[in-house]
Design a protein around this ligand. Structure first.
Ligand code: AMP
Ligand code: GLY
Length: 428
């Protein structure tokens, strides 16, 4: 069977790499892919991003099924288009993708269905938003309603910062239409974790837990990014908390969507804040896998991933099971000069694994913003690579990932030296 993975990041490289290992998969097309997916055996890049053209391609090549990586095509209705044309695809419809594409939709949904999340109000009027800020005080969180590639959230520690964020979004229009409506919500403290499941409309299959590091610099300092590293499992999610998240957040979301007349299919990613008492609350929903969480998660999957997707698309996730490598996987993102504000492109990357399939004995080098030109691999985006390693402990996985990362060089590269520090401080 041929399968199609839509996207070009490290998440898509990891998904495609794992899918290519399925005995039932012959070719994995990646659209548009990157230099890593171009080089891997069994993967083939396809230079298409237009949804209609992707559907034409899937039909012409008799693609068995399609999996979508990023939120953009989902929010633009790729699943609706494919289904209308009788093409098999795993993901949410455009309507269901609102759980991610509109913070206001997601918050109102959670409130209606009693799903634990921070108290909030939604505003389009700046004066009313300012008055609400004065009433609630700081710290407080201001979120652009629409998709903003991880840049639409301001965690304001002072009221002044909060007022500035409201003005930037509602008055100066700095986020465009994504910021024309803002959600203002209470600040939650605790530890974050990523809880990702597959949903077939009714049944749920949880993936291994994970945690990412959103800030650019060591010690979780500096600006927010898409994610500078991740590991799986996340020790903060104890078996008890895992059961609570399924019972209090995931299942009510799936049944709540169905009750609202919007069947949810696809990945459901709950970004959690877990407080000192172990109470989980939802910070956000994504309707896709996390990047870079996918890279360590894929490194740990031992089952046939293509079979899992087929069961999910057929509505039989209750029959699916995933066997996990018991080891910890840890991924370190190597980012370009200037990331996250203005990443530089075109820097030559040295020291990549020679075999070209992204895999070394001890570590996997998943590509993201890379492009091949005249036999050289150049940077082509903010997050460039995610070096991912497995180990019997978080410490061993961390050492293996950093050892591999140290062999790779490009001008201006940035990477954190402390990925995994929260798990390590738990002394597991
Ligand atoms: P979001 O895109 O909604 O997940 O927000 C991005 C990041 O902002 C999260 O990963 C958190 O680190 C932080 N954040 C969002 N909402 C809150 C909140 N209510 N309290 C504290 N931090 C938050
Ligand atoms: N790593 C965070 C995300 O994918 O949204």
């Amino acid at each position: 069977m041929k399968v199609l993975v839509v996207g070009s990041g490290g998440r898509e490289h990891a998904l495609a790499w794992r899918l290519a290992q399925s005995p039932r998969v012959q070719t994995v097309y990646v659209a548009p892919g990157n230099a890593g997916t171009a080089r891997d055996a069994g993967l083939q890049n396809v230079p298409i991003t237009d949804i209609g053209e992707l559907a034409d391609f899937a039909a012409a090549q008799s693609v068995g099924f399609t999996v979508v990586g990023p939120e953009g095509p989902l929010a633009a209705g790729i699943v609706d288009t494919f289904r209308e044309r009788g093409l098999r695809i795993f993901g949410p419809t455009r309507e269901a993708a609102q759980l991610e594409s509109s913070k206001d939709f997601a918050k109102a949904f959670m409130k209606r269905h009693g799903i634990p999340t921070a108290d909030f109000e939604t505003f389009t009027d700046a004066a009313a938003a300012h008055a609400y800020l004065d009433e609630r005080g700081a710290p407080i969180v201001i979120k652009a309603d629409g998709l903003a590639a991880g840049k639409g959230v301001v965690v304001a520690t002072s009221l002044q910062q909060a007022h500035e964020a409201v003005d930037a979004m509602l008055v100066d229009n700095r986020m465009g239409s994504a910021g024309a409506r803002v959600v203002i919500e209470d600040f939650l403290s605790g530890e974050e974790a990523s809880f990702i499941v597959l949903v077939d409309g009714r049944h749920v299959l949880p993936l291994a837990t994970s945690q990412d590091h959103k800030r650019l610099l060591d010690g979780d300092a500096g600006p927010n990014t898409g994610g500078m590293g991740a590991y799986s499992p996340a020790p903060v999610v104890t078996p008890r908390i895992h059961a609570r998240v399924l019972r209090e957040i995931i299942m009510p979301t799936v049944t709540g969507m169905a009750r609202d007349g919007i069947t949810f299919t696809g990945f459901l990613y709950a970004g959690l804040m877990i407080d000192d008492q172990g109470n989980p609350r939802t910070l956000e929903f994504n309707c896709r896998m996390g990047d870079p969480e996918t890279q360590p998660i894929m490194a740990r999957i031992k089952s046939d991933l293509a079979e899992v997707f087929e069961l999910a698309i057929d509505g039989h996730l209750d029959r699916a099971d995933i066997a996990w490598d018991r080891r910890t996987a840890l991924g370190v993102v190597m980012a370009a000069a200037g990331y996250p504000d203005d990443p530089r492109r075109g820097d030559a990357i040295e020291g990549l694994p020679a075999d070209g399939n992204g895999q070394r004995d001890d570590a996997l080098v998943f590509h993201a913003g890379t492009i091949e030109q005249d036999g050289k691999v150049l940077t082509n985006g903010g997050r460039v690579l995610c070096v991912t390693a497995l180990g019997d402990s978080i410490k061993i996985a961390q050492s293996a990932a950093y050892q591999c990362a140290q062999g790779i060089r490009f001008p201006g590269m940035q990477y954190r030296r402390d990925i995994g520090h929260r798990a390590l401080s738990r002394k597991r």
